[in-house]
Ligand binder design. Structure first.
Ligand SMILES: Cc1ncc(COP(=O)(O)O)c(C=O)c1O
Length: 463
């Protein structure tokens, strides 16, 4: 997702050179994307900011995409890119994947929607049970809806109203989680003083006051928050590895301690695996880090490029739905087209072998990025796992959002993005984002990325 990035990190880089290169590359991007500008001018007349979702707003204007195939996308100006954006990490199967396309086309011929259950939903739910070790699943249409249901279910299960989340995490666009998404450093307070800072207008204070945030990778701060809020907290919702402020992995033992603390305090643990699920391992973060939550939320890559979401839960929580205590509704939940895409993606494309390939390709990308960083002495390091990775423009590893705000060099990140876009890499906008590989990414795509990154490193260091 792309947001304003008020980052303060400063490194030993010639700022004048950096500013000049940024001007040059920005002009280059403007020149190459004039038809996108025209589309944007037209779109602004009918859509706020000229985009369907505010995450698609970028400077100087959004790049409108015409089509995609495999690892490539083409914009409306005819520029070809290797796609490292992948629809914010959705298209792990590759654009126009023939198996997924055939399954969806076949389903489309025999009906696109019934609002009655189909066998496809059973197969997808069975596959999710295998991957994520939770016995019961319900479907939604997005990650937002999945985390909304999970929060409601935690409240229903515990009879408590308060929610804990992690500072600097995004879980979708609903009242309970649009809190402490990108707060300023001076709003954060002490690490063990859980606060909630509403993110934008339109969310009633009476609701956002129920959500408080604690820092990532700090089990002591969580323990202290749970003690202060004893008996009030329904759930802790968290990404097991943070993926919306670049990538911050959990420190050794952190998730296990979070599991112990939440269980000991009667708090439901929700792993939001919208980004990590079906991308960083066959069984997502649950498998990769070996810690099981009470609920797991999924969307993005799990649905093979189609708009779906899911919430997995224990038998105890599932009983709340089955008994009619919690009303989990949705006209399009379990839609047959989405289920056909997901079923094929999960059982025929994103197989165990596919994860090995994604990991290998990503490791090459990460290790050669490290070589380039070393060669040019850049204040940066690569981070990644499975299909996901990024170069973080900080000379020290980040442990949490406070580190992200104070250590990341946002100007370097912005220039790197411009270099990628002007050198044939379609890259997620925003300093906080990461790449997502698909099974269609070839050695050539990786080389294109590394060449773009090396050009950036050479020019910005004046080598
Ligand atoms: C971790 C996480 N949770 C939830 C969401 C919301 O998902 P959606 O955009 O499908 O509503 C996102 C979206 O980026 C996300 O990154």
């Amino acid at each position: 997702m792309a947001v304003e990035t008020p980052l303060t990190g400063v490194s030993a880089i010639d700022r004048d050179r950096l500013a000049k290169l940024t001007r040059v590359e920005r002009e280059k991007l403007e020149q190459r994307t004039q038809r996108s500008r025209e589309h944007w001018e037209r779109a602004k007349k009918v859509m706020p900011a000229g985009v369907p979702s505010s995450f698609q707003s970028i400077e100087p204007w959004p790049v409108f995409v015409e089509r995609g195939e495999g690892s490539k996308v083409w914009d409306v100006d005819g520029n070809e890119y290797s796609d490292f954006h992948n629809g914010f990490g959705v298209v792990c199967v590759g654009h126009g994947n023939p198996k997924v396309a055939a399954a969806v086309a076949e389903q489309a011929r025999s009906g696109t929607h019934f609002a009655a259950p189909t066998e496809g939903a059973i197969v997808v739910a069975e596959e999710l049970v295998r991957r994520f070790q939770l016995p019961q699943w319900r479907f939604t249409n997005s990650g937002t809806e999945a985390t909304m249901d999970a929060v409601h279910l935690a409240r229903a299960a515990t009879g408590r109203d308060a929610i804990l989340k992690i500072e600097g995490s995004y879980h979708g666009q609903h009242d309970a989680v649009m809190v402490s998404v990108y707060p300023e450093l001076d709003e954060l307070g002490d690490r063990d003083d859980p606060r909630g800072i509403p993110y934008g207008a339109g969310y009633p204070r009476a609701l956002t006051d129920l959500t408080r945030a604690v820092p990532f990778n700090d089990a002591d701060a969580l323990e202290s928050a749970l003690t202060k809020m004893e008996g009030q907290v329904a759930a802790l919702i968290m990404e097991p590895a943070m993926m919306n402020i670049n990538i911050i992995p959990p420190a050794d033992g952190y998730l296990a301690r979070v599991r112990e603390l939440t269980a000991a305090n009667g708090v439901k643990l929700i792993f939001d695996e919208v980004k990590t699920g079906c991308t960083i391992a066959y069984g997502g973060a649950t498998e990769r880090f070996g810690v099981e939550a009470d609920m797991v939320t999924l969307a993005k890559a799990t649905f093979g490029g189609y708009p779906g979401g899911a919430v997995g839960m224990t038998e105890e929580i599932a009983a709340l739905i089955a008994d009619g205590e919690y009303h989990q509704y949705g006209t399009f939940n379990g839609n047959p087209l989405v289920m056909a895409a997901s079923r094929t993606a999960l059982t025929e494309v994103l197989t165990a072998d596919a994860y090995e390939k994604l990991e290998r390709t990503n490791q090459r990308l990460l290790s050669v990025s490290q070589e380039i960083i070393d060669r040019y002495n850049l204040p940066a390091y690569p981070e990644g796992m499975g299909a996901k990775g990024c170069v973080i423009f900080s000379s020290e590893p980040l442990r949490d959002y406070r580190d992200y705000l104070s250590k990341v060099d946002g100007e370097l990140g912005t220039l790197a993005w411009l270099y990628h876009m002007n050198h044939g890499i379609f890259m997620t906008p925003g300093v906080e984002e990461e790449w997502t590989l698909s099974i269609a990414h070839s050695d050539d795509d990786i080389t294109t990325y590394l060449n773009a990154f090396e050009s950036f490193a050479r020019d910005v260091t004046g080598s």
